[in-house]
Every structure is written in structure tokens, then in C-alpha cells.
Design a protein around this ligand. Structure first.
Ligand code: GCO
Length: 456
């Protein structure tokens, strides 16, 4: 590293998206419906009554988007594959037109010198599999293994970096316990079973990818991880924070790295995951080639007897800095990276960490002269990159950083009200404008180090 603010040679600078959030083309070229296609049509599910039917129209505008990635200077791009494009009913028949789209995308990235980082599942389960019971059913994990094999056979000659899942916690609990994401259930048993099967399917997909790809393939998983802090020094709040950490972070980390669920959750897992079989945890705990960490914020937690499952819930301390969705807490990135390293990754020599998402929803828009001066986003990215730089300086094996997101896109239950992009999208016309944060990222990437905030 050249100087106090420089990053290591070869550091990966990327941006990230997901299929449902940007592609649109929801029923084109034989694509099957996903649970999000159906969920968005249910009244009251999406704040602005929108859907990903068109989204950023990336399905048609992908070449323009690749040009923009190039123009900003990112050397990597993380995107997800829509399972219902590849297998419209989630099993059996493989749909050539769907695979061909991703084929072109991968070729287009490689031609521009941008490394593809593929995520196989970013929450858009084929509806036909939901109709058969979805993630709470074990057979869905088996279907996912088959789907992984299909995609890996097709793209594995060119794609090195594969994430099986994005944020299994969110897919399981926000989708099956809080009911805020598809499929919109509020059922603890379904949520815990979904979590187990998502993790199991990760193990099955690891096997499938490794046997279909070149030996240098890198297989990992992407987790949402938050440091969890007690709302007060009381014993009750501290214990609540421990339980919350088990339910949010260790529920994925412990099975993946230690082949065990956290002991705080044992009674819930034993009573709810009725089909946990011998061998499942071993399959889940396959050696990883990388760990993807998505970081946005921390969780501050108090004892809460009203939330029966873990008697803990989140509070939002006054007087802090907030975005439209969460507290802005850059130190938390350093904290979670260090914790993941000490508690899990250090025991796996050679295992790199990727910051696979980091970004912020703050209001922004076109100014009179056509520029988007998103100064709060620049500040957010810079403050978080300072934390990454510090973690690198203390020896953590961090290989890359991906901004969430490339484009303003469909932010799930919030619809289009949240803008996370370093590229502004006019959702009425599809027009794209690189924001000041995108231009700032260009300077960071060129310098391979932190650019000053001034000038933007
Ligand atoms: C997530 C998802 C993204 C979200 C982002 C902001 O990882 O939660 O990967 O789809 O858009 O996190 O909420």
C-alpha cells in the first residue's frame, strides 16, 4: 500500500446489483414468474404500489449499463441471475433464452475488462417452487443445487467468482417471519425452516459449482452482518443483544464456519426445523473460497418481552445520523470486519473477505445543470472506505469493495422511493446520469486510494 490512504495493488473495486431490482422484462422471452412478481401484485405490499416489472429496464439496456460501469472505472461487477429466466418453473427444463442473456452479459463484461461476480440467488424464487412450499420445504434446496449446476455448466468457463446466496437471513426472516418481503409470510416455523434449507442449498450448490467449473473457481456466500450493541448497560439489554446477534449474525456464520447453530437458538431450531438431518450441518460447513459481507448499519437492541421469539428488539437512538432507512455508523464496518476475522475467518488461512455491498439511501436528484450532487453519499462512502483501509492496515484479508448500488433501482418493499445508486435513473424514461458519487468513485479507483471529498 503506497501511503496512508492507499489500497493494496489488485484491490477489487466493484458495484453491485440484483436481477429483480434492475432487470425488468419480467415476462419476456419465456421467463417464469418469481415470488416477487406475484408479491408486488398483492395490494399494500409495496410502499409506492410499484413492482420490478420494468425496474431499470436493464434487460434491454444492459449494454449501456456495461458502458457506464466501464466509464466509472469499476473493475468488477456483482449481479445476480434470475432463476425463473433459466428454469421458468424452477426445475427440469432449462430455458435457453434465459441463459443466453447472462452469457451475453458475462461476455460483455469480460470484453471490457470487468470481472463478473455472480450471485445465484438474490430472492427471486420461481413462483412454481413457492406453490410447492418454497424454502420451508427441503426439496427446494435440492432444486437449487440442480439450478446451480445448470448455470455453472454454462458460465463456469468464464466466471470465476460465485456466490450461492445473498443474505439468507433476509430471505428467510424478512420473507417468512416479518412478512415484508416475498412470499410475505409471518410464520416462525416457516422462517427457521427456510433458513436451514437456504443454508443447506448453499452446501449443495457449492458441490455443484465445484464439479462444473475450472479448479480455480471461487465459491462463497454473501451475508448481511451488523454489529449488535445493547441499548443500555443493563444485564437484560446485554443479554438481549447477545440473542439478537445469534439470530441475525451467528445463525449463518456458525453453521457455515462451525457446523453448528448458535446455542441460544437451539430450542427454536430443535422444535421448528423438524427435518434437520444428520449430515446437513457438515454439508453447510463446506470450506469457502471467500466470504461476502454486506454492511449498511448497526443494530441497537433492548430487552423486549413482547417479541416472543428472542425477547429482543431494535431501537433507534436519538441524536444519531440517519439515512432514509438506517443509522449511518461507519465504525460498525470496521467492527464487523474485525469480529468476522477474529471469530471465523482467521481459522481459514487464505480465505479473503469481500465487502460485497455497502451504500446508502439519501434523497438526491437532478440539479438545474443536470448534475446530481449527492454529497451525503460521497461522505458515507468515504467514511466507510476509511474503515476498510484501517482494517487492511491491521492485516485483514480484504480483497475488494462493492458499492451498493450501480443504479437507483427497485428497493423491495420501498419500491422506487429509495435511491442507492451511484448512477441516477429517471424511472419515467430510463435515462441514466452518473452522480457525483460515481465521479468520486472514478477518482478513488484511479488513485487506488481515497480521493478528497472536495471538488464534488
Ligand atoms: C440487500 C440486498 C439489496 C438491497 C440493499 C439495500 O442485500 O439487502 O442485497 O438488494 O437493495 O441491501 O437494502
Amino acid at each position: 500500500m503506497s501511503d496512508a490512504l492507499g489500497f493494496p495493488d489488485g484491490f477489487v473495486w466493484g458495484s453491485a446489483t440484483s436481477a429483480y431490482q434492475i432487470e425488468g422484462g419480467w415476462n419476456e422471452d419465456g421467463k417464469g414468474s418469481s415470488i416477487w412478481d406475484i408479491f408486488c401484485r398483492e395490494p399494500g405490499r409495496i410502499a409506492d404500489h410499484s413492482s420490478g416489472d420494468v425496474a431499470c429496464d436493464h434487460y434491454h439496456r444492459w449494454q449501456e449499463d456495461l458502458e457506464l460501469i466501464s466509464q466509472i472505472g469499476f473493475n468488477a461487477y456483482r449481479f445476480s441471475i434470475a432463476w425463473p429466466r433459466v428454469q421458468p418453473s424452477g426445475k427440469g427444463r432449462v430455458h435457453e433464452a434465459g441463459l443466453a442473456f447472462y452469457d451475453r452479459l458475462v461476455d460483455g463484461l469480460l470484453q471490457r475488462g470487468i470481472q463478473p461476480y455472480v450471485t445465484l440467488y438474490h430472492w427471486d424464487l420461481p413462483q412454481a417452487l413457492q406453490d410447492d412450499g418454497g424454502w420451508p420445504q427441503r426439496q427446494t434446496a435440492e432444486r437449487f443445487g440442480e439450478y446451480a449446476a445448470v448455470v455453472a455448466q454454462r458460465l463456469g468457463d468464464r466466471v470465476t467468482w460465485w456466490a450461492t446466496h445473498n443474505e439468507p437471513f433476509v430471505a428467510a426472516f424478512v420473507g417468512h417471519l416479518f412478512g415484508e418481503h416475498a412470499p410475505g409470510l409471518q410464520d416462525p416455523a416457516a422462517a427457521f425452516r427456510a433458513m436451514h434449507h437456504l443454508l443447506l442449498s448453499h452446501g449443495l450448490a457449492c458441490d455443484a459449482i465445484r464439479s462444473a467449473c475450472r479448479p480455480e473457481v471461487k465459491v462463497g456466500i454473501v451475508l448481511n452482518l451488523n454489529p449488535v450493541h445493547p441499548a443500555s448497560d443493563s444485564d437484560q439489554d446485554r443479554q438481549a443483544a447477545r440473542r439478537f446477534d445469534a439470530a441475525l449474525n451467528r445463525i449463518a456464520l456458525d453453521p457455515l464456519f462451525r457446523a453448528a447453530y448458535p446455542e441460544e437458538l437451539a430450542p427454536l431450531i430443535e422444535s421448528l426445523v423438524v427435518d434437520l438431518e444428520d449430515g446437513d450441518l457438515k454439508r453447510i460447513a463446506q470450506p469457502l473460497d471467500f466470504l461476502g459481507v454486506n454492511y449498511y448499519s448497526r443494530s441497537v437492541v433492548r430487552h423486549d418481552p413482547d417479541f416472543a421469539l428472542i425477547q429482543a428488539s431494535q431501537v433507534h437512538p436519538p441524536g444519531r445520523d440517519y439515512s432514509q432507512m438506517w443509522e449511518i455508523y461507519p465504525e460498525g464496518l470496521g467492527e464487523i470486519l474485525t469480529r468476522v476475522w477474529v471469530d471465523y475467518v482467521r481459522a481459514c488461512p487464505g480465505l479473503p473477505i469481500l465487502i460485497s455491498e455497502n451504500g446508502v439511501p439519501v434523497p438526491d436528484g437532478l440539479d438545474f445543470d443536470g448534475r446530481v450532487r449527492d454529497v451525503r453519499r460521497i461522505r458515507y462512502l468515504r467514511d466507510h472506505l476509511v474503515q476498510v483501509r484501517k482494517a487492511l492496515a491491521s492485516g485483514l484479508p480484504i480483497r475488494g469493495y462493492f458499492v451498493w448500488s450501480l443504479l437507483d433501482n427497485f428497493e423491495w418493499a420501498h419500491g422506487y422511493q429509495m435511491r442507492f445508486g451511484v448512477i441516477y435513473v429517471d424511472h419515467a424514461t430510463g435515462r441514466r446520469v452518473i452522480k457525483d458519487s460515481g465521479r468520486w468513485m472514478t477518482q478513488v479507483i484511479r488513485a487506488n486510494g481515497l480521493a478528497p471529498e472536495s471538488g464534488f
